[in-house]
Design a protein. Sequence first.
Length: 94
Amino acid sequence: METREELLNMVKSSRVIINNVDIRDLLSAPTQEQLDCPYCHKGKHVYICENTYLEITPGETRVCKKRVIDYEEWQIGAVKFDYCPMCGRKLGDE
């Protein structure tokens, strides 16, 4: 998959006129930052406050709290995000 930056460089170097459909496709392409996002691709937790974090998955995002008394996390809620809160990539677009 080509990144948005690669597509923009191709358009700049070719000096061609592009139409609205091409512009929409170009802007919907993921950026390199979005492809490398450790939060939505690699499962890195987004810490809200001490011991409380978001665990992002394409289906839902869990709100978890790490308990002091044992090693298990405690899920205190879930929320559905359409976009990664860290990089802005549309979740579910793999």
